[in-house]
Write a protein that binds this ligand. Sequence first.
Ligand code: HEC
Length: 197
Amino acid sequence: MRSLTLDGTVGSDPEDRKLAGIETFSEDAVRLTERLDTFWSMPTNRTGPLLAALVLSACAPEVERLTPVGDVQELMIAVIEPAAEVYWDAVGEILDSAGVHEIRPASDEEWEAVSHAAFLVAESGNLLMMSGRARDRGDWTTMSQALIEVGREALKAADARNSEAVFDAGAEIYYVCSECHAKYAAETLRPNDARGN
Ligand code: HEC
């Protein structure tokens, strides 16, 4: 029997509720209310699950908002390669007829440029792992994380203005670039390709 209450809602007769298509909804709602009652009447440890729920709801949309602007190739050309070049060119030796000349950053500004380049290399590891760029969640992730790690070391060396450490960190960066190219860009980029080295 159909029994509409005065405010237009369907009455409590199960058949009516099924007809009105609200059975599942209202039963779930009742169960949720009961669980919430239990939850709030628990004497301790209320904030743990509550915080976990808040963290979950705060994280999910954040991830979806990440939208790559360019593909891997564009990121290499526009960001990673230029930054690595600045870092590699910062420290070294040049041999000419007058002998060996050491290349070192000569001012605060030049040292800062080296730090910024290292920072870009390190942070690029995160950009490589974004969905839309990541080729897989295995070796690609490992190598992207390796780029972050060597980038951090490179940043430390530059911040400490230690030119020997900058030279060594530059070699480590180079090693990570080549490793990834050997696996993921073998068709387009040979290890000795001037573009990647
Ligand atoms: C996690 C993997 C990965 C790492 C780490 C990586 N690359 Fe790449 N790189 C690629 C892939 C894949 C391509 C090929 C992209 C394509 O053609 O679609 C590429 C292409 C390039 C290119 C060629 C772009 C062109 O002209 O087509 C350059 C230059 C380059 N990378 C520089 C670097 C440098 C410098 C580093 C280290 C600082 C580095 N990459 C680190 C994956 C990586």
